[in-house]
Design a protein around this ligand. Structure first.
Ligand code: ADP
Ligand code: ZN
Length: 604
């Protein structure tokens, strides 16, 4: 104790002095402060205010949006969202685009700068000083908490009463999360048998698919407190703040357990640590603190951490290790049925004419996310008001799709009818060739909902059992399957498209590896023609043979792929009837399961 006391005293003086200065500052700046506090609101509120034309001036910054109310008395801020037609709606709402809200707002600025800057420097210095002091007083945990707390912000603590029924579609994700709700309701049932809940659950999916909503709904269903923070908020301001915010967040959460802690954009703190010297220290400290907190509590104490990301591949593996975020719940773009449900959920909030066909709207909005659908409904309501109507009509909705789509056509592939048919045949081509070769369900799921990755559709393969070895025949079949997409286009449309570029790459890779690495070409016997370098950094390989052999290899690769391509064409021609039937089914449903596929394939 003796070591702590002397170091505490200067801190007290320091804070005393700071308080005095702040008081003076507050006194001087009072009228300004009272007028222009920055209020953080969520994006929904921002959208709502835009709709209601309550926004005066707006400034879109690289990481946030600042805006004022009509009277220009309050400043609000909100995060950025992928919202391409925002500008359009803002214009519509009569908001004025401002280049710098804070600066133009107050003539007092120069005066304030001369006050705020010294204080910031003061606080910064204080941080460094107090840290040094704390290092001296190592082991004094209570003090650390005190420090962290004074810096940490108060967390939003309301789930806004959102329930699972508010989140439309996403049935798989909801099913998965229902278990968590059940656990929060009756933890004893789980404790008795010794089962512990996963501590962390990662919601993975493209932006605007309802990940935040789902997290809130879990809290709402279980009727427990909801703590929410965004990953990017952890990593700003002063060094050491992130870690102490994490510490404080968990301290609060543990006091309120059972509860839900939601960390949005976890990739902002959980990015893979790159071996760079002098990387982002702050982020690493924050991440380490998060890992420490997660390891520090039992799975049974009632704190469940949900996190959301749309870049799961960039996460540090330490985060996804067992005992941390070891459960992953995909939250995908909605399919046709999901889109219809989402439209209906949002349409409840507006007045709609009796004869609206939401199925039709959903079909037209192929590829749209939940947030975009909410947007379409909103846009339609605005259109109705503009037209002086009391109800939103079918044509309001249809026209608003166009507005929204025109805004995001580039990024989200909204397919034309012809393209949709092509993609349907292409995907079925893959699946059918695979099924005819292996005589079993080749796929888990086939979808022609465009992905944010740029793929227009995909066929989710299931590996049967553990597969450590592959025979030559299996690789050949796989190559044939890759060529199956293009082959189907050839058989049906007698013309080909660019949709097979990834297939071509994969097939070529396999064929080349067969020859240069696996010794599966008799003429070269068991000679390694290629060496792999840099296994952990992209797996580059270099040829280790004469130019003449290289030319020979190239010919063999072409030969190999062509043989399999011909085989695929043969299979599809023989099964043309099934191909048509399956493609039609996929075109209509957009997503089909492996079982549905087999059912149609095997029916007489
Ligand atoms: P994410 O966290 O995945 O980016 P959000 O949960 O923040 O997405 O969703 C943004 C908005 O989009 C929500 O407030 C809601 O209005 C709408 N939305 C998204 N997905 C759905 C859904 N499945 N059902 C109903 N509304 C949705
Ligand atoms: Zn393909």
């Amino acid at each position: 104790m003796n070591e702590i006391k002397p170091s505490r005293r200067p801190l007290i003086y320091y804070y005393g002095l700071m308080a005095c200065i702040l008081m003076v500052f507050n006194f001087l700046a009072m009228p300004w402060l009272a007028k222009r506090q920055i209020i953080q609101v969520d994006y929904g509120t921002f959208m709502e205010m835009t709709e209601k034309r309550e926004i005066g001036r707006v400034e879109v910054q690289s990481n946030q949006i600042l805006f004022t109310d009509k009277e220009d008395t309050k400043i609000y801020k909100t995060g950025l969202m992928n919202d391409p037609d925002l500008i359009y709606r803002l214009k519509e709402s009569g908001a004025v685009f401002s280049s710098e809200i804070v600066e133009q707002a107050s003539p007092l600025l120069g005066f304030l700068l001369s006050w705020i800057f010294p204080i910031l420097i003061f606080v910064g210095l204080g941080q460094i000083m107090s840290r040094k002091l704390m290092n001296k007083a190592a082991g004094s945990n209570s003090m650390m908490f005190g420090m962290g707390k004074s810096n940490a912000k108060v967390y939003v603590k309301s789930s806004e009463g959102i329930k699972f029924t508010d989140v439309a579609g996403e049935d798989e994700a909801k099913e998965n999360l229902a278990e968590i709700v059940d656990y929060l309701h009756t933890p004893d049932k789980y404790r008795e048998i010794g089962a512990s809940m996963p501590k962390g659950i990662l919601l993975v999916g493209p932006p605007g698919t309802g990940k935040t909503m789902l997290a809130k709904a879990v809290a709402g269903e279980a009727n427990v407190p909801f703590f929410s923070m965004s990953g990017s908020e952890f990593v700003e301001m002063f060094v050491g703040m992130g870690a102490s915010k994490v510490r404080d967040l968990f301290k609060q959460a543990k006091e309120k357990a059972p509860c839900i802690v939601f960390i949005d954009e976890i990739d902002a703190i959980g990015k893979k640590r790159d071996g760079h010297v002098g990387g982002n220290d702050e982020r690493e400290q924050t991440l380490n603190q998060l890992l420490t907190e997660m390891d520090g509590f039992e799975g049974n104490n009632g704190v469940i951490i949900l996190a959301a990301t749309n870049r799961p591949e960039s996460l540090d593996p330490a985060l996804t290790r067992p005992g941390r975020f070891d459960r992953r719940v995909p939250v995908e773009l909605p399919d046709l049925k999901g889109r219809e449900e989402i439209l209906k959920v949002h349409a409840k909030k507006i007045r709609v004419a009796d004869v609206v066909d939401f199925g039709q709207i959903a079909r037209m909005a192929s590829g749209a996310s939940g947030a975009e659908l909410a947007n379409i409904v909103n846009e339609a309501a605005l259109r109705a008001v503009r037209g002086g109507r009391k109800f939103v009509t079918q044509s309001d909705l249809e026209e608003s799709i166009e507005v929204v789509i025109a805004g995001y056509q580039k990024k989200h592939a909204i397919l034309t009818d012809k393209e949709k048919w092509t993609v349907a045949y292409h995907e079925i081509g893959h699946a059918l060739v695979a099924a005819k070769q292996s005589h079993s369900a080749p796929v888990q799921k086939i979808t022609i909902i465009p992905r944010t990755s740029g793929a227009l559709g995909y066929t989710m393969q299931v590996e049967e059992g553990n597969h450590y070895l592959m025979t030559k025949e299996e690789i050949e079949n796989k190559i044939a399957t890759y060529t199956g997409g293009r082959a189907a286009e050839e058989v049906v449309f007698q013309t080909i498209s660019t949709g097979a570029s990834n297939d071509i790459e994969q097939a070529t890779k396999l064929a080349r590896a067969m020859i240069t690495r696996y010794g599966m070409c008799q003429d070269f016997d068991m000679v390694a023609l290629e060496t792999v370098s840099n296994q952990y950094l992209g797996g580059d390989s270099s040829l280790a043979c004469s130019p003449k052999t290289q030319a020979e290899i190239d010919l063999r690769v072409v030969e190999l792929v062509k043989t399999q391509h011909d085989k695929a064409l043969e299979i599809l021609k023989e099964n043309r009837e099934k191909l048509d039937k399956l493609a039609k089914h996929l075109y209509e449903k957009e997503t089909i399961t492996g079982e549905e596929f087999m059912e149609i394939l095997e029916e007489a």
